[in-house]
Design a binder for this molecule. Sequence first.
Ligand code: FAD
Ligand code: NAI
Length: 467
Amino acid sequence: MAEYDYDVLVIGAGPGGYVAAIRAAQLGLKTACAESRETLGGTCLNVGCIPSKALLHGSELFEEAEDGHLAKWGIKASGVELDLTQMMAEKSKAVGELTGGIEFLFKKNKVDWKKGHATFQDAHTVKVGDETVTAKDIVIATGSSVTPLPNVEVDNEKLRIVDSTGALKLEEVPEHLVVIGGGVIGLELGSVWRRLGAKVTVIEFLDQLLPGMDGDIRKEAGKIFKKQGMELKLKTKVTGAKVDGDKVMLTAEPADGGDEETIEASHVLVAIGRRPNTENLGLDAIGLELNKRSQIETDHDFRTAVDGVWAIGDVIPGPMLAHKAEDEGIAVAENIAGQTGIVNHAIIPSVVYTMPEMAGVGLTEEEAKEAGHTLKIGKFPMMANSRAKTNRDTDGFVKVIADAETDRVLGVHIITSLAGTMIAQAAQAMEFGTTSEDIAYTCHAHPTHSEAIKEAAMAVQGKPIHA
Ligand code: FAD
Ligand code: NAI
C-alpha cells in the first residue's frame, strides 16, 4: 500500500493552486486539490480579475454608446439605457463558464477536488472537512483577502459599505461612490461605476495614485482620471464611516494631520490592499512561522522552512497578481517532480485595466536610479502614433528605460488603450536580455499602437521619426 493517499495535495484552487495541481497531474503525480469555495478558480475567477474585467468591458460599451463617443463617428444611438441586471448576468455567465472550465480541466487531468476548508494536522496530513488526506508534498496556495479598515465596517449583503466583492454586485448605480484607496481595485471599480453614471470620489492616503508604478505613469494617471470626471482627494485618510439610512457619512483628515472633514456618500468601496490567507490553516501544527507581513517565506524553488511543504501565489511575498501565481504554480509542480521550475520575479508585468490601460514591467525609473544605474530614457507620446490618432485614442505614452552603459532595457511603462496587450512584447524582449537598439531595429507592423514601443526605443537611441 502507498505510504500517502496522494503524491501532491494543493490547498487552494486559485490561479496558483489550480495550475499547480494540473501541472503536477500532467507530470504523472497523483494529485488532489482542496478548495473551500463552491466553485474553483479562487479570487481571480470568482470575485477578482474575471468579474471586474467583465464589468469594465460592459461599462465601457455603455459609456461609448451613451456618452457621445460613437456619435463623433457618425453613429447615432438614441434612447441608450442601462439594464444593470442584464450586465451583471452577462458577468456571472463569464464567471460560470470559466470556473466550470477549471472543473472540466480537473476531471480531464484526473485531479481530485477535495471540497472543504483544509487544516494541517502534520506536514503530510491535512483535514479537509471531515476527511483526512495525506500527501508526500503539500502546496499552500490559499491566496489573500481584503485588508479591513478600522471604523469602516464592510457589509457585502446590505451593499452600502462594500469591498471589491460587494462592488462587483451592486444592485443600483451609486449616486455618489466614495472609494477609499487609489490603487488598482479603487481605480478599476471606480471607473466601472463612474462610466455607469455614479459620481466617484477617490480618497488616497499618499500624494499620488497607484503606488509601485513608475512616477510618470502615476502623474499621468492622476491627470487622466481627473479629466474623466473622478474627484481625487490625495494625501487624505479616512478615519471612519457610518451608514445612516441610504447614506454613508465618512470622516477624513489630511494624511499628515489637520482638521477633520465629513463627506456624504451613497456607497463606499474599501480598497486599501489585500493580506495573505494564513489564519485557520493549522500552521502551528507544522511549526511554520510567518514573516512580519503574515506571509509565508519560501526559497527560489517555493520550498517553505518545513520539509515537504511548499507555498505559492498571494500567500508568499511579491506582487499579488494572478499571472505571477500561475507561473509559480507551474514551477512548484515541476520542482516537486524533480525538474527545474523557475520564475523570473524581475520580469512580472502589471496592468491596470482602466481606459486607457496602464502597464509596466521591470524597474520603474525611481527603482532603476535607486539601484545605481545611469539611465537613458526614451518616451514616445501616443499623440504621435498614427493608429492611436486614427482611432481618436491619443491619451498616454510609452517609456523605455535603458542602462546608459550597456543599453540593456531595464523597464517599459505604457499608458494607452492597448497597454495590457502591448506589455507582453516588452516582457518577452526583456526575458531575452534585450537592448533598446534590438527593439528599435525590430520591424513593427504599421499602423499599430505597438509602433510606439519601437519609437520609444528609438528615442533611447537618439531620435524617433514621428516626434
Ligand atoms: P486565490 O485566487 O486567492 O485563491 C486561493 C483559494 O484558496 C481561494 O479560492 C480560497 O477559497 C482557497 N482557500 C483559502 N484557504 C483555504 C483552506 N484553508 N482550505 C481550502 N481552501 C482554501 N490579478 C491580476 O493579475 N489581474 C487582474 O486583473 C486582477 N484583478 C483583480 C481584481 C480584484 C477585484 C481582486 C480582488 C483581485 C484581482 N487580481 C488580479 C489579483 C488576483 O485575483 C490574485 O493575485 C490571484 O487570485 C492570486 O491567486 P492565488 O492562487 O494565490 O490565490
Ligand atoms: P493597492 O495596494 O493596489 O492599493 C491600495 C491603496 O490604498 C494604496 O494606494 C494605499 O496608499 C491606499 N490606502 C491604504 N490605506 C488607506 C487609507 N486608510 N485611506 C486612504 N488610502 C489608503 O490595493 P488594492 O487596490 O486593494 O488591490 C489589492 C491587490 O489586488 C493589488 O495589490 C493588486 O496586486 C491586486 N489587483 C490587481 C489588479 C490588476 O492586476 N489589474 C486588479 C485589482 C487588484
